[in-house]
Ligand binder design. Structure first.
Ligand SMILES: [Zn+2]
Length: 367
């Protein structure tokens, strides 16, 4: 081999090594967290700039719920919620870093937490699917009402005008081309006591609500994202009532529009459910939480699915998204207190995040 060819070969190897060219690259490298409160916006912007962007995160799902000063529905605002100026600052830093930012308002389920109903049902109690279930003074699980979280009634005639205004306003201020509606862990659905829902098929009720929101978003070319648990059969698969459905909503998987993106969360096992969603025609991302070992397996699985798929299926395996279930302020504190780039194997959100990133970085040559 001539010196010249040898030099070219070295250069080529260096190029492959540093750019990751030719290796598979996940379309979505996501991070999902509760939006910061007003006081933490500047710190969070720094976090996006200095931590998320350099690590290759290209998608940020921000859970807003009622932490925004909605002009369409000021009665639903949390106190001290984000202003449009604060949101715009976060949007700008994401745009500068080519990060797609997607707001979330949790719809259908999760309309209460612990002993408190949250803003929608507090202000509009008529939307409650189970008004007969009173909030306990002290919450504990399990309880005789089967109360995990309240749900709204998807068939209440006055509900959707309000929800659609919230969705439009939050997507406009975030300048977003997608909206995450949550829709996880809906335990109260199609209840016998509800005159509108009683006797209806729960799969159809769930799919009806998903498709209604999806159709509304589509008018402005926006994509709907939801958590995937209600579409999985918890009994047949043994996944249980949290990561899957035990109340027959799983049949909705065949009734939902295929352009809804599924956020498939599994926190204690690397369940092989992405191929199920992909074969049903959905784009899917896998979401770990706090177990590094599981995140490593899930991330490697995602590359493996893509590596062995037909072109049609490969395109549906969209990537990974770390989910953070503490608020942005406490997560940032945890993150900055844990200086090591190397993740430890002990269970924590930070270690899980770093483990997921390490696999992506090894596979794609990211810094
Ligand atoms: Zn109902």
């Amino acid at each position: 081999m001539s010196k010249q060819s040898f030099f070219c070969l070295i250069l080529f190897c260096w190029f492959i090594q540093t750019t990751g060219y030719g290796q598979d690259s996940l379309p979505i490298k996501g991070f999902c967290i509760g939006a910061p409160n007003s006081k933490e916006v500047s710190k969070f912007i720094k976090f996006i700039n200095q931590e998320l962007a350099p690590r290759g995160i290209n998608t940020l799902v921000l859970r807003i719920d009622f932490n925004y000063q909605f002009k369409s529905h000021p009665e639903l605002r949390d106190s001290g919620s984000l202003t449009s100026e604060e949101v715009k600052k976060m949007v700008l830093v994401c745009q500068e870093n080519k990060i797609r930012i997607i707001p979330q308002i949790n719809l259908f389920g999760h309309q209460s937490w612990g002993t408190k109903v949250t803003n929608l049902l507090k202000v509009y109690p008529q939307f409650d699917e189970t008004p007969e279930v009173k909030m306990p003074e002290k919450y504990h699980w399990p309880n005789s009402d089967g109360l995990y979280c309240k749900s709204y009634c998807p068939l209440h005639p006055d509900l959707h005008p309000i929800i659609f205004e919230l969705i439009d306003e939050i997507c406009d201020v975030f300048d977003s081309d997608a909206f995450h509606a949550g829709m996880d862990e809906v335990f109260y659905i199609g209840e016998e006591q509800c005159s509108r829902c009683s006797g209806k098929d729960k799969g159809e009720l769930f799919a009806g609500e998903v498709n209604l929101i999806r159709n509304h978003l589509l008018v402005k070319n926006r994509q709907l994202w939801i958590w995937g648990d209600r579409l999985l059969d918890g009994e047949t698969a043994g996944f249980g009532m949290w990561e899957a459905s035990m109340n027959n909503t799983h049949r909705s998987i065949d009734l939902i529009s295929k352009d809804v993106l599924i956020c498939d969360w599994h926190y204690e096992r690397a369940d092989q459910t992405p191929p199920y969603f992909a074969l049903k025609g959905f784009k899917v991302i896998t979401c770990p939480w706090r177990m590094p070992e599981i995140a490593i397996q899930q991330t490697n699985d995602m590359y493996r699915y893509r590596g062995s798929a037909t072109p049609e299926l490969k395109e549906r395996y969209q990537g990974m998204m770390q989910t953070i279930w503490s608020d942005a302020g406490s997560f940032m504190e945890e993150f900055y207190n844990n200086k090591s780039e190397e993740s430890s194997t002990s269970n924590s959100q930070v270690n899980c995040f770093k483990s997921m990133l390490k696999i992506i970085s090894d596979r794609e040559g990211l810094k």
